[in-house]
Structure formats: structure tokens, C-alpha cells
Design a protein around this ligand. Structure first.
Ligand SMILES: [Zn+2]
Length: 428
């Protein structure tokens, strides 16, 4: 066994240049989302490479999924390599989309520039470096242990940055992540090479509207201001809801630690007449607001239920309705994702934990993400709970200008992935 793990490590070091070129090539596809450019090109590139190395590759369009259109089709690629004997399937899933460039860059965001042990570019860290590391890991493992059991899958999927509905969610709906087909999933998101991410907090987005009655602004007593009703709601949120949320601590190891409590963000607020169009030079009209709306983003803990999270807000609204003359509201649910956390003794967790010990000589930190990522679909639609995020790259660099991924970090995490494959599919 040690002989094989040594060979895997040496062989990955020998493929350093290949790893760097692969990462730079992936960065050079400007797969910016929205709108979702160059999806088919990057999928073809991945398929062409893996076909030459014994993988069967399928290009899959998420036709009809949220975000899919003829102008911007949502393409995904799935590569599969079968071992010498039947067994379990280990699947590496990376998203191939990246967020917009933004300002402040000193290098070409789609140049794939290499400097001082780093590859630069939009998506270097989130997460083309992770995709490249998983490809090198899988290829090396299949070369060094050609008689492995079971199957290895690699997917590069669309739209993670906008919810994953044209990517992993669609694939999960088609059965690609069902427990009969896939038993272990590793998502190489940039969470630092010494950390295993077990899952994420839950999300509830909702829009709340307060109603009023329009009247002339000089005689507001003849109307009823929706903005004043909204202000009363915001006051209640400030005085009672925020302290209640802050007092609720989770046993989930969320990073950063300030996210180990329930949180609420008010994403937007609109009330009264719409903003005038650009170039309008007149005054606003004097009217009492007949409508005001907020969108809330509530992140919740594994110890809470979605029903209780919602009810807590309904209770605030009902209290106002009972005590405040004229108060009426509508609550519209926009999006709900339950929290998820893989067990620490799940097989994929144990395999990666042991590999991190062997490669880095340390025990990994176990973390949970404050926000969601594609694990939500694998868990909820795919019904597969043996899933973690593990990959190279520094989380704080994601979506920043001058984003980069460390080459040594990619090599180390590729070694961890290859050793984890050996733990799960190697000769026993
Ligand atoms: Zn990502």
C-alpha cells in the first residue's frame, strides 16, 4: 500500500507542468455567468482530454432548465472511467462557470498567467484549479492502479454561481447523482487544502409587502402610508428578531465563526413611487405610498426547521396586524434550501481525512459553509448524503480581482484526491 501511495505522489509531482497548462487552458474560456458564455467550448475541451485517457464522455444540455436558452444553452460534461471490476463510483463535481470580472485587475483575467507558483485569472480559485486538480488526480490514479474497482466520474457543470439549476440540479433530476449510480461525491470548491467542508446552512428568501392607501402628500391623514407600516415591521425586526437570531448558536462548525448563528439580511427595500428614469429633471409627485416591499435573506441552522423559521416572521407580521390600525401584508416565499451536513464518519469523509493526514501530515479542520453550493442539489434531489467539498484555493480569493490558485496547493490537493481514490477504490 505505501508503495502505491508513494508512486501516486511522485507521479503527480511529475505532472506539474500538465496541471499548470490544464488550469491555464480552463481559465482561458471566459465562462462568465450570467449570461453563461463558452459553456459548450469548455465542456468539449474537458471531454476531448479525458476521452484520450480512457474516459467515456457525454455532453449534456440542461434543456428547459432555469437559465437555458438557445442563445445561452446550459452545457455540462460528464466523464466516466470504469475500473477492472465492479464496485462503487466516486464522482468529482466542479462548476465551470465564473462570476463577472469586476474592476481592479492587474493581470489579464482570462490570460491564465503563471507567476511565482500561482496561476492567475477569473475562476482560478473558484474553481477551475479544483477541476484541474481532480482531473490530474483521477488520471494519475487510473494509470498507477489500472486494476482499480468501481468507477471514477468527473463532471464540469453549469450555473453554480446562479443556483445550479442548469447544472447539478438538472443532472440530479435526471438521476446522475442517485445513490444507486454514485456512492461518493467530492466537490473541489476552494476551501483550503487542509479543510473538509461537510455542508452548509439553510436559506429562506421571501418578499414581504405592506399595503397602504394612496392620497395627496399634503393631506397624508386621508391616506395610509405603506412605508410607515414597513418602518414598523423593520422596527420589530430590529428590536425582537435580530436579538433572537443572535442568541441561537449552532453546533455546525461554520466558518467564519460569526456565521455560527442564525442571520438575516434585508436584500432590498422599495416603497412608494418608482425611481424616476435617468434624465428626468422634474420633481417627484406628492403621494402617500400605497405599497412597500422588502426581500429578506434568512440563513438558518441545522437545529432549526424551515417551518419554524417562516413562522417566526409570520408571528411578527400577525402581531403588527393585531396591534397596528390598518396594517396588512403579503408574504411571498421565493426560495428555500434546507441546511445539510454530511456525517463525520461517512466513507468519503474518512477517505479524504486519512489522505490529508498522509499528504500534509495534519488532521483536517472540519467546516461548514455559511452559504450554499451545489451540495444542496446532490443531497436534496439526488438523495445522496455521502458528499463533501474539498479542494485547493483560498476561499477569500473567490470572486476577487487578481484571483489566483497556488500551484503547490493544487498539487497537494490532487495528491489528497488520488490517495482518497485509492482508499475507496484501490486494490484491497
Ligand atoms: Zn465555486
Amino acid at each position: 500500500m505505501t508503495d502505491i501511495t508513494d508512486r501516486l505522489r511522485t507521479e503527480i509531482d511529475a505532472r506539474r507542468d500538465d496541471l499548470v497548462t490544464l488550469t491555464a487552458d480552463l481559465i482561458r474560456f471566459p465562462t462568465v455567468n450570467p449570461p453563461g458564455d463558452y459553456y459548450r467550448d469548455i465542456c468539449e475541451y474537458v471531454a476531448n482530454r479525458l476521452r484520450k485517457r480512457g474516459f467515456t464522455c457525454e455532453l449534456l444540455r440542461a434543456e428547459g432548465a432555469r437559465g437555458d436558452s438557445d442563445k445561452h444553452p446550459r452545457w455540462n460534461v460528464l466523464a466516466r472511467r470504469e475500473g477492472a471490476s465492479p464496485g462503487e463510483t466516486v464522482h468529482f463535481n466542479s462548476h465551470h462557470d465564473v462570476v463577472e470580472v469586476g474592476r481592479g485587475w492587474t493581470v489579464d483575467p482570462f490570460g491564465g498567467e503563471v507567476k511565482d507558483d500561482k496561476v492567475y485569472g477569473r475562476g482560478a480559485c473558484d474553481m477551475k484549479g479544483g477541476l484541474a486538480a481532480s482531473i490530474i488526480a483521477a488520471e494519475t490514479f487510473a494509470d498507477v492502479v489500472p486494476d482499480f474497482r468501481g468507477n471514477i466520474e468527473i463532471s464540469a457543470t453549469a450555473d453554480e454561481e446562479t443556483g445550479g439549476y442548469g447544472g447539478v440540479a438538472w443532472m440530479a433530476e435526471q438521476g446522475y447523482f442517485s445513490p444507486e449510480r454514485v456512492q461518493h461525491v467530492i466537490i473541489p470548491e476552494p476551501l483550503n487544502k487542509n479543510r473538509i467542508c461537510l455542508g452548509h446552512r439553510g436559506v429562506w428568501w421571501a418578499e414581504i409587502e405592506t399595503h397602504g392607501r394612496i392620497a395627496h402628500g399634503s393631506m397624508p391623514f386621508l391616506g395610509d402610508s405603506a412605508i410607515r407600516h414597513m418602518a414598523a415591521l423593520l422596527g420589530e425586526i430590529e428590536e425582537t428578531l435580530y436579538p433572537a437570531l443572535a442568541s441561537r448558536q449552532t453546533a455546525m462548525p461554520v466558518v467564519p465563526p460569526l456565521a455560527r448563528q442564525s442571520t438575516l439580511n434585508i436584500n432590498s427595500i422599495h416603497g412608494g413611487q418608482p425611481e424616476p428614469e435617468a434624465g428626468y429633471t422634474g420633481f417627484p409627485a406628492p403621494v402617500v405610498a400605497h405599497s412597500a416591499r422588502i426581500v429578506i435573506d434568512r440563513r438558518y441552522l441545522i437545529e432549526e426547521t424551515p417551518a419554524a423559521v417562516r413562522q417566526e416572521v409570520v408571528d411578527l407580521l400577525e402581531k403588527l396586524k393585531a396591534t397596528r390600525p390598518g396594517f396588512s401584508y403579503e408574504l411571498r416565499d421565493l426560495w428555500t434550501i434546507p441546511p445539510t451536513m454530511t456525517e463525520r464518519d461517512a466513507p468519503v469523509v474518512r477517505a479524504v481525512d486519512q489522505a490529508i493526514g498522509e499528504v500534509l501530515g495534519l488532521t483536517p479542520d472540519y467546516v461548514v459553509s455559511p452559504g450554499t453550493y451545489d451540495q444542496k442539489h446532490i443531497d436534496r434531489i439526488g438523495r445522496l448524503h455521502n458528499c463533501i467539498a474539498y479542494g485547493p484555493g483560498i476561499l477569500d480569493l473567490a470572486h476577487q480581482p487578481d484571483e489566483y490558485v497556488g500551484i503547490t496547493d493544487m498539487l497537494d490537493s490532487a495528491k489528497v484526491m488520488a490517495l482518497a481514490l485509492n482508499n475507496l477504490l484501490g486494490r484491497s
